[in-house]
Ligand binder design. Structure first.
Ligand SMILES: [Zn+2]
Length: 340
């Protein structure tokens, strides 16, 4: 809760984290770019933000933004759509070795997404990239997981990264969560469960949570333009699953929604006003996502970063003084020869 209030409790964004936002560059129109979104989040007091893009890895983007904007941790990840080769272990490995924090299953190129939205690459409301004849399914017709997925999951486990379920079907999501747990993935996020895809029912969501996954409810799902769920449904779901297993994110970047930091504040405040206690709201926007990102574990600069920073403040012409060049004596007078 914020220190200053105006007649009622306000959610304090200090130390909060957004695990899901969509800045420009992107093939969909966006409200703002990486820099504008990260600066606004930093100015709102947020501790960390994770950039997502349907069409490319955001890992290098995050690295560069981080070098320019201090005071907030900036992370990226990779969405396994056709733009990066789909279920491509090489792309995943590069993203994770370069500091990526989340590997997202296919979004607009998922087979289930294509079924619901009439094709891959876009939504029924907006076209994005190219449309392919067939979307990406992580299971075959018999419901068995495809082999390429296993390699990806092993990398996610090895690097301690987050696995996001995105636009897979509810059945695929449950199969994926089971398999991920069995290969040692510990951080699994059920991406926007009540968005049009996957639109999981609460029983299935609870089952996923029991298997060790965390539902990530997004402002975008309840936004005025799309209204896929009412805020009351989010509050009820949190009450049933437990705030310790839930996350709140913005999932914004669309032109019709507020900037991610403000969208997350509105969403958190709304969920609070719908009956979720304040300490639980704060847990879902701060403590829980911070555990997933290991923010405190890697918040310090690397040796390479420190060496770079030292180079900025040290005078490269200042040679270390030689022993005979510094005779003992009274302090030198000022260059003008006047009193020191
Ligand atoms: Zn999203």
């Amino acid at each position: 809760m914020t220190g200053r209030t105006y007649g009622g409790p306000l959610v304090d964004m200090t130390g909060s984290v957004d695990l899901h936002c969509h800045p420009f560059p992107d093939l969909f129109p966006r409200l703002a770019d990486d820099f504008d979104i990260v600066r606004a989040a930093r100015d709102a007091g947020m501790k960390a933000i994770l950039l997502k893009c349907h069409h490319e890895s955001t890992v290098s983007r995050a690295y560069l933004v981080q070098r320019v904007i201090p005071g907030i941790r900036v992370y990226g990840g990779i969405v396994l759509n056709y733009y990066v080769g789909g279920m491509n272990a090489a792309a995943v490995e590069a993203a994770l070795r370069l500091g990526g924090k989340e590997v997202w299953m296919p979004t607009v190129d998922a087979g289930y997404h294509a079924e619901i939205h009439g094709g891959t690459g876009g939504y029924d409301s907006q076209q994005g990239g190219r449309s392919q004849a067939e979307g990406i399914w992580v299971t075959d017709k018999e419901g068995k997981l495809r082999p390429a997925l296993k390699e990806v999951l092993e990398l996610v486990a090895q690097y301690g990264a987050i696995l996001g379920t995105c636009h897979l079907s509810p059945r695929e999501i449950i199969a994926l969560v089971r398999e991920a747990r069995s290969v040692g993935v510990e951080k699994i996020v059920i991406t926007h469960p009540y968005f049009r895809v996957p639109n999981i029912d609460l029983d299935t969501l609870e089952e996923a949570a029991r298997l060790g996954a965390m539902p990530e409810f997004g402002y975008c799902t309840v936004s005025p333009a799309w209204q896929y769920a009412a805020p009351e449904k989010i509050a009820q779901s949190v009450a049933r699953i437990g705030a310790s297993r839930c996350l709140l994110v913005s999932d914004t970047g669309q032109r019709h929604n507020p900037l991610p930091s403000e969208a997350l504040r509105i969403f958190a405040q709304t969920v609070f006003e719908k009956g979720v206690p304040m300490d639980q709201v704060l847990q879902m926007i701060s403590y829980n996502p911070m555990q997933l990102l290991d923010v405190d574990a890697d918040a310090g600069p690397t040796e390479a970063d420190l060496a770079w920073a030292r180079g900025l403040v040290e005078d490269p012409c200042a040679a270390p003084p030689l022993p005979h060049a510094a005779p003992a004596g009274p302090p030198a007078t000022s260059p003008a020869g006047g009193p020191g």
